[in-house]
Design a protein around this ligand. Structure first.
Ligand code: AMP
Ligand code: GLY
Length: 428
């Protein structure tokens, strides 16, 4: 099969790495890719939402499958674009339809979906500019902290958690009346604060049957001890030690099954990943959000733990044999530590030469923001490289990633040295 992976980050390098291992993979294209994906296939300079250019590429190279990494093209309807076109109807797109992508594209849609199908989540109400006063009144009925969410996609910045009622009202007004997040905050969901520990569970579905992928926990803040600004993710661990069999059974019964049944009942076409962001509140799982794609950097620990042929699973999604496919997971722990550009998630410089690749041992280096410049690989984003390692436990795996994090160098390199700090196992 010829396969196109859409995206350019660590997630897409990891998906490409796994797909390239499959005996079913003949030729791999990545749009637009990075310096890491260039070693696995052919990078093509097409933006992730340029569907027309992708169509030309697909027709020219007989591409059979498109695996979509980021949410943006999904929310813009890449699935519908390809499946509606007669000349492209044999192409399998791994990702939900435009309607399915609303589970991430609209907080209100996803909250309504959860309510309708009995998926446990925080109590909520949504408001617009015209119902600002009702929004203030709703805030007054809640206990702090107050959770305000822009309805639409806001590049991961649309959620505010505020302790003070006056401040919360001020921010609600800024979002609704002053378009703090542009169009994305023309509607705002206000919800109850859930007090617990976060983790994520991933599901790969053909819209009918599903397989539960390994769980993961990511580290979102830039600073050690989970301090400072939010980032795309500074590291991740899989499995999550506190997500034991009993907890995961609750997740499957209370969340995954009703979610898949809900998609079916609503007639939503969904052939792809569901990323379920969860809060463990005293042993009970609640959904914080759905994402309609894999997480980044969660992919860099979840996918390396899958022993089965991922492309064969995708193929099953395309040809209706998904439920018959075996699915095996590696018992080892996988961790990833993200090297980022100094200054990230605020302003940072690009184009710094990266050295030390050849000194790294016992880890897999997934490129996030890199590009080839002459003979050099240089930084090309805030998040630069994800260093993934396996171990029989988290500590063994982390030691390898931290060791290699020291060996890679570029100007103003930064990484968190405390990934996993809150999950130390007792024996360690
Ligand atoms: P989201 O964009 O929905 O993932 O929200 C971003 C972050 O805000 C989440 O990862 C949580 O840490 C936090 N968060 C969102 N909703 C809640 C909630 N209801 N209670 C507590 N924390 C929340
Ligand atoms: N690491 C969080 C995300 O991919 O949204």
């Amino acid at each position: 099969m010829n396969v196109l992976v859409v995206g350019s980050g660590g997630r897409e390098h990891t998906l490409s790495w796994k797909i390239a291992q499959s005996s079913l993979c003949e030729k791999l294209f990545i749009a637009p890719g990075n310096a890491g994906t260039a070693n696995l296939g052919e990078n093509v300079s097409i933006a992730v939402d340029d569907f027309e250019a992708m169509k030309d590429l697909v027709l020219e190279h007989n591409i059979n499958m498109i695996v979509v990494g980021p949410e943006d093209p999904l929310v813009k309807g890449i699935y519908d674009f390809f499946t509606a076109d007669e000349s492209l109807k044999d192409v399998t797109v791994i990702g939900p339809s435009k309607r399915g992508a609303q589970l991430e594209g609209s907080k209100e849609f996803s909250k309504e979906f959860m309510k309708k199908f009995g998926v446990p989540t925080a109590a909520y109400q949504s408001f617009t500019k015209d119902t600002l006063e009702e929004g203030y009144a709703f805030l007054e009925t809640l206990n702090p902290p107050f959770v305000l969410k822009a309805d639409g996609l806001a590049a991961g910045k649309g959620v505010l958690i505020i302790d003070d009622l006056t401040e919360a009202k001020k921010e609600l007004k800024a979002m609704l009346a002053d378009a703090k997040f542009g169009d994305a905050s023309s509607k705002v969901v206000i919800e109850e604060f859930l007090d617990g520990i976060e983790l994520s569970v991933f599901v790969l579905t053909d819209g009918d049957s599903y397989k539960v992928l390994p769980s993961a926990k990511d580290y979102k803040r830039i600073g050690e001890g989970d301090t400072g600004l939010n980032t795309g993710g500074m590291g991740a661990i899989s499995p999550v030690p506190f997500a034991d069999k009993f907890f995961l059974e609750k997740v499957e019964d209370r969340i995954i099954k009703p979610t898949i049944n809900g998609l079916k009942e609503e007639g939503i076409v969904y052939k792809g990943f569901i990323f379920i962001g969860l809060m463990n509140v005293n042993g009970d799982p609640y959904v914080i959000e759905y994402n309609v794609r894999m997480g980044d950097p969660e992919t860099e620990v979840v996918i390396p733990r899958i022993k089965s042929d991922l492309l064969n699973l995708f193929k099953g999604i395309g040809d209706g044999t998904y439920s018959e496919k075996d699915f095996y997971v590696d018992e080892n722990t996988a961790v990833t530590v993200m090297l980022v550009s100094g200054g990230y998630p605020e302003a940072y410089e690009k184009g710094k030469v990266i050295s030390g690749f050849e000194d790294c041992e016992d880890s897999i280096l997934f490129h996030a923001g890199t590009t080839q410049e002459g003979d050099d690989i240089v930084t090309n984003g805030g998040r630069v490289l994800a260093i993934t390692s396996y171990g029989r436990d988290m500590e063994t795996a982390l030691a390898k990633s931290f060791d290699n994090a020291e060996k890679i160098n570029f100007e103003k390199k930064y990484y968190r040295r405390d990934i996993g700090y809150d999950l130390q196992t007792e024996e360690a």
